[in-house]
Design a protein around this ligand. Structure first.
Ligand code: SF4
Length: 303
């Protein structure tokens, strides 16, 4: 469990991490968590549902502001075979909407689709519509076909009555060609999500060669993909401090999830960037965080 953290799309989001670090069906070149160490397709129970729910009840009793309870984290949450039961149990103890951030690769399995029916918002990814580009950007585990994934997402749309937002992560030179974008546009039309959210490589990626698409090009692509498409690559909103346990702990909690700049951390915690820079310097001296340069920005990640 992590947060609540300020999320670009979900407001104050309390994250439930359902699989161990970097357990995923994909190994995306842009992944901000680094390369996938457990690339698998088999689903397992992974965590204790009871422990998770008792932690959740404790956090809820603190009465902090939480806009969404988000199943996501440091891997693919649908690889947890208890996800359906967990969603039902969470909804049994709170009325806070449940969101699922998923790479959507297992939607071809009817059982996985059924398990997500009770979520309020489901946000799958679709970064490619041809097998060649899918393999270049997402480096899937053997046997995953993008055609079947798109069919699965279409079937999910037909069966699911909640909010479906599709995320497209664009990587310069890989999936931003006119041909691939045309195929993606066709797939989006067929899936028919409520929203399409365009993102790009704004944080340090797993692979150096994964570069972001320029803002102007993102806007062009947004217009090309049509109504309901928004750019979320630039984000972050100013919020109040959310963390107990001191600023140092708050900073490391954010950086455990993803690399961030001092300004982003400051924005998340509602503090002045200079306060954050000072704390980061202390953490750097202690060897707990390291700076990483990406697109002229200085990011920090856990050492
Ligand atoms: S970006 Fe998401 S789907 Fe891709 S490797 Fe990382 S955790 Fe998996």
């Amino acid at each position: 469990m992590f947060g609540p953290v300020a999320s670009r799309r979900l407001g104050f989001s309390l994250g439930l991490d359902l699989v161990p670090f970097k357990t995923c069906t994909l190994d995306c070149v842009y992944c901000q968590l680094g390369r996938t160490t457990h690339k698998i397709i088999e689903r397992k129970g992974y965590i204790s549902e009871e422990q998770l729910l008792s932690q959740l009840e404790r956090v809820l009793s603190e009465r902090r502001r939480i806009d969404h309870i988000t199943l996501s984290g440091s891997g693919e949450p649908t690889l947890n075979s208890k996800i359906g039961r967990i969603i039902k149990s969470v909804k049994g103890i709170t009325s806070i909407p449940v969101a699922v951030l998923t790479n959507g690769t297992l939607f071809s399995q009817e059982g996985v689709r059924d398990e997500l029916m009770n979520a309020d918002v489901v946000i799958p990814s679709l970064d490619a519509a041809s097998q060649e580009v899918f393999e270049a950007v997402n480096r899937p585990t053997e046997g995953l076909s993008v055609e079947r994934i798109i069919e699965g997402q279409k079937a999910f749309r037909e069966e699911y009555h909640g909010q479906l937002w599709l995320e497209v992560m664009l990587v310069k030179g890989l999936n931003d060609t006119p041909e691939e974008l045309e195929r993606i546009r066709q797939a989006i039309r067929e899936i028919s999500p409520e929203r399409v959210q365009l993102n790009s490589v704004v944080r340090p990626p797993a692979e150096e060669f994964a570069r972001p698409v320029a803002d102007e090009r993102l806007e062009e692509i947004q217009r090309f993909l049509g109504d309901g498409c928004e750019v979320i690559a630039q984000g972050g909103r100013r919020v109040q401090s959310l963390f107990d346990g001191g600023i140092e702990e708050a900073i490391t909690q954010i950086l455990r999830r993803r690399p961030a700049t001092a300004e982003e951390i400051a924005s998340s915690l509602g503090l002045h960037p200079n306060v954050i820079r000072k704390q980061i310097l202390t953490l750097e001296r202690k060897g707990k965080v390291i700076p990483v340069m990406h697109e002229n920005g200085r990011y920090y990640r856990i050492s």
